[in-house]
Design a protein around this ligand. Structure first.
Ligand code: NDP
Length: 386
């Protein structure tokens, strides 16, 4: 697939709010995969951070992950949809900005649970957070960065949509009701993210709060975990990295699993985009597609099997992916070098996000897999954080 650059307008007029290092940022879902990298980068850049997690154990783990950094505290918000809980956190800590990442991202959900466990936490959680940030007396908040998704940009009715190039101006048509009655969990997830992001922009337009909104729409996020913050079991591997595991473990003679979400970004670049959304000038009121490029599962398989010739310069590995011969043989062969980009839609090439959010270049798939795959294999061997 060709990736075509297009500039897209913000959803509301941009503002020049800039959140400076040393100021305090609230990060919801602080124990999550992307959040751990985002918090690490915020701390590295000199921000102070207050995170939220659902339980005291998870809060403690976040503090451990970041080595009890003096500029980090983590509080428990058990119910993501409780405006009062967020209000109390905001009143107590007075953050100047919020990064709202907490939202369900699991494909392991029964249809009967879609509304209660996918739609409501995503949508009501976003509105609870925004309502708390906007409530009079809590007007310290100047910016909210919403972790949205490329799922909110794509139109599922177009299917693979070859010939279509999506930009940040595109919107998924999925509704709340579509999520409740969705045929499968990925569809419910896509509806939950779309409805939550729409609700956020509608809230800002209607309530005109003291803060502005930036929404980020990452493609599928792959990459390593911070030391001590990875999964203990394969069941705990987060939904996006599971795609890589499913290729790695399919079996040498098996078919390469079908590629379902062909656009990706490295988790460290996704984190950098969030920090850039706080510190970038003129980004307020805008929506960004956050993608490194396209991929397919055959490319993951080729890179893992060491078939470097099949990769592009950008996707190739630095030194090769560390795997035993036996582990390498378990990766399906498929049709080495076969790529699917021409068969499906294209996406904004990420250059606008790269420039305006200050990303110093997107990592390639090879580099990402070099760091992720050994961690996945270590989890399989029961060796957390090798
Ligand atoms: P994780 O599952 O690792 O993190 C999700 C976070 O949200 C966790 O802190 C989780 O808490 C919290 N959460 C989930 N459901 C609930 C709930 N019902 N109530 C309270 N908290 C909840 O996912 P990611 O880091 O991958 O995702 C973070 C954000 O990025 C999400 O908004 C996701 O939609 C978005 N995103 C992710 C992409 C990806 O490929 N990973 C791509 C595009 C967007 P707990 O651990 O307690 O469940």
């Amino acid at each position: 697939m060709s990736i075509i650059s297009k500039t897209s307008a913000g959803t509301s007029s941009s503002s020049s709010v800039v959140i400076e290092p040393s100021e305090l940022v609230l990060v919801t879902g602080a124990n999550g995969f992307i959040a751990q990298h985002c918090i690490a980068l915020l701390l590295k850049r000199g921000y102070r951070v207050v995170g939220t997690a659902r339980t005291a154990d998870k809060a403690k783990l976040v503090e451990q992950t970041h080595h009890h950094h003096p500029c980090l505290s983590v509080v428990v918000v058990a119910d993501i949809t409780s405006r009062e809980s967020y209000l109390s956190v905001i009143r107590d800590s007075e953050p100047v900005a919020v990064v709202h990442m907490a939202s369900p991202f699991s494909y392991d959900v029964k249809p009967s649970d879609f509304e209660a466990t996918v739609m409501k936490p995503a949508v009501d959680g976003t509105l609870a957070l925004l309502g708390a940030a906007a409530k009079s007396g809590a007007s310290c908040v100047r910016r909210v960065v919403l972790t949205s998704s490329l799922a909110c940009v794509l139109d599922p009715a177009l299917g693979r949509g070859a010939g279509k190039t999506y930009t940040a101006e595109d919107w998924s048509p999925l509704t709340y009701e579509d999520g409740v009655v969705a045929a499968d969990a990925p569809s419910a997830y896509r509806a939950s993210k779309t409805t939550a992001e729409r609700a956020a922009w509608d809230f800002v337009a209607r309530e005109k709060p003291a803060f502005d909104l930036v929404s980020l729409c990452p493609g599928m996020v792959f990459g390593p975990w911070l030391e001590g913050a990875g999964p203990r079991t394969l069941e705990e591997v987060n939904t996006s990295n599971r795609i890589v595991w499913d290729v790695l473990s399919a079996g040498g003679d098996a078919r390469v699993p079908a590629t379902r979400a062909p656009v990706w970004v490295d988790v460290r670049d996704a984190a950098a985009a969030h920090v850039g959304a706080l510190s970038g000038a003129e980004v307020g009121g805008k929506r960004y597609v956050v993608v490194s490029g396209v991929y397919c599962n055959q490319e993951i398989a080729d890179l893992c099997r060491g078939d470097h010739a099949a990769g592009t310069e950008k996707s190739s590995c630095r030194g090769g992916i560390s795997m035993t011969d036996e582990e390498r043989r378990r990766v399906p062969v498929g049709q080495p070098g076969k790529r699917e980009a021409h068969l499906h839609f294209a996406v904004d090439d990420g250059s606008r996000a790269e420039m305006e959010l200050g990303i110093g270049g997107w990592r390639g798939l090879g580099e990402c897999l070099e760091d992720l795959v050994p961690q996945l294999l270590a989890v399989e061997r029961g060796l957390r954080d090798s």
